[in-house]
Design a protein around this ligand. Structure first.
Ligand SMILES: [Cu+2]
Length: 114
């Protein structure tokens, strides 16, 4: 009971912020962003356009930990260990610049269209 209240609260916070953790089945479309240094400077693609209701899955292809954190803190993938992934849903149109928590020079941009 208490746990579900916390989860509901987190989900509501995500809706208000316009982004939040999600499951693939809750997404209209799931876009992929690889965290890699092969042919990229961290996030590949670095810039991605989605529509409200779509999700982005960040997958860490490197051998060290990374994350994806909105500059305005509207979403956070949490720490992604090598080989792990997390999905964020975007509900509010706008541009959401983000960076890697441990490595701020790693930058990306999600553009959310209505
Ligand atoms: Cu990083």
């Amino acid at each position: 009971m208490r746990v579900s209240a916390v989860i509901l609260g987190a989900a509501l916070a995500g809706l208000i912020a316009g982004a939040g953790a999600a499951r693939a089945e809750d997404c209209k479309t799931v876009y992929q962003v690889e965290i890699t240094f092969k042919g990229a400077k961290g996030f590949k693609p670095r810039e991605l356009t989605v529509h409200a209701g779509d999700c982005v899955r960040w997958t860490n292809m490197t051998g060290i930990e990374h994350s994806a954190v909105a500059v305005d803190r509207s979403f956070h993938t949490g720490t992604l260990m090598p080989g792990s992934a997390n999905i964020i849903v975007f509900t509010k149109p706008g541009e959401v610049p983000y960076a890697c928590g441990p490595h701020p020079p790693m930058k990306g941009l999600i553009i959310v269209e209505p």
